[in-house]
Write a protein that binds this ligand. Structure first.
Ligand code: PEP
Length: 256
């Protein structure tokens, strides 16, 4: 299998933006603008409180709704957390796990990312697994080691069959929300390395079938070049996903 037959996936990460009423307008507008652009899947990962409104607003359209985190326990004394079953019942199909902001500000580790990933997959959610190096690691020349290690630790115990429900988002931490973008060659190099790591773990077929996104200040100006790279199958987009007209340009760039 080659890039041409892997499904491109453009996902928005709204982070802590949009009230439910704002979410309704933004989902409706995104769905209206991207209607008929069937060359990629379009997902919006919204705050927990927006999920039901966003799902209702996306009904009958091709936009799919995801969450931005999930706990690994089925239920219990975990104040402030949300289970996979809760997300599914609200209509979420996807969940972002391991975003660098969760790792940086909320103590998320490869161990908890792995537990959340396994719980989400076991419940039937599809996972967008985020990983990537921080600036000091890139400057020290250890990006490959870090990304390969994260891939192995975050996916420990995930089966080859379950990989059909996993998207990997390579997000160099230094490029997220900073306006700094990895060059297309830098993105390609690391996405290819992640695919090689998947091949070691699961074999060539699974590696070639897995969608690998790039994320980090992707926007309407740089998306086409990033998405033209062999191993870059889509994008995880923060800031630019908040403006449907800008997000549309990225979805259009993924149609090729
Ligand atoms: C993100 O939140 O995953 C992200 C890539 O953000 P931004 O596009 O704003 O850099």
């Amino acid at each position: 299998m080659k890039k041409e037959v892997r499904r491109a996936v453009i996902a928005g990460n709204w982070k802590m933006n949009m009230t439910p009423s704002e979410a309704k307008c933004a989902v409706e507008r995104t769905a209206e603008l991207t209607k008929g652009l069937d060359g990629c899947d379009v997902i919006l990962c919204v705050p927990f409180v927006d999920i039901q409104t966003a799902v209702a607003a996306s009904e009958g359209t091709s936009v799919m709704i995801g969450a931005q985190n999930v706990h690994f326990a089925e239920k219990g004394a975990f104040t402030g957390e949300v289970s996979a079953k809760m997300l599914l019942e609200c209509g979420a199909k996807y969940v972002i796990i391991g975003h660098s902001e969760r790792r940086q500000y909320f103590g998320e580790t490869d161990e908890t990312v792995n537990k959340r990933t396994k719980a989400a997959l076991a419940s039937g959610l599809k996972v967008i697994l985020c990983l990537g190096e921080v600036l000091e690691q890139r400057q020290a020349g250890i990006t490959s080691e870090i990304v390969s290690m994260q891939t192995k630790l975050d996916l420990a115990g995930v089966t080859a069959d379950e990989m059909a429900n996993v998207i990997i988002a390579y997000e160099p931490v230094w490029a997220i929300g900073t306006g700094l973008t990895a060059t297309p060659d830098q993105a390609e190099e690391v996405c290819a390395l992640i695919r090689e790591t998947l091949a070691d773990l699961y074999g060539e077929d699974v590696a070639e079938a897995t969608t690998i996104q790039y994320g980090g200040s992707m926007n309407d100006g740089n998306a086409a070049e990033l998405l033209s790279k062999t191993n870059v199958d889509g994008g995880l987009i923060g800031g630019a996903s908040l403006v449907p007209e800008k997000f549309l340009k990225i979805v259009e760039a993924a149609q090729a």
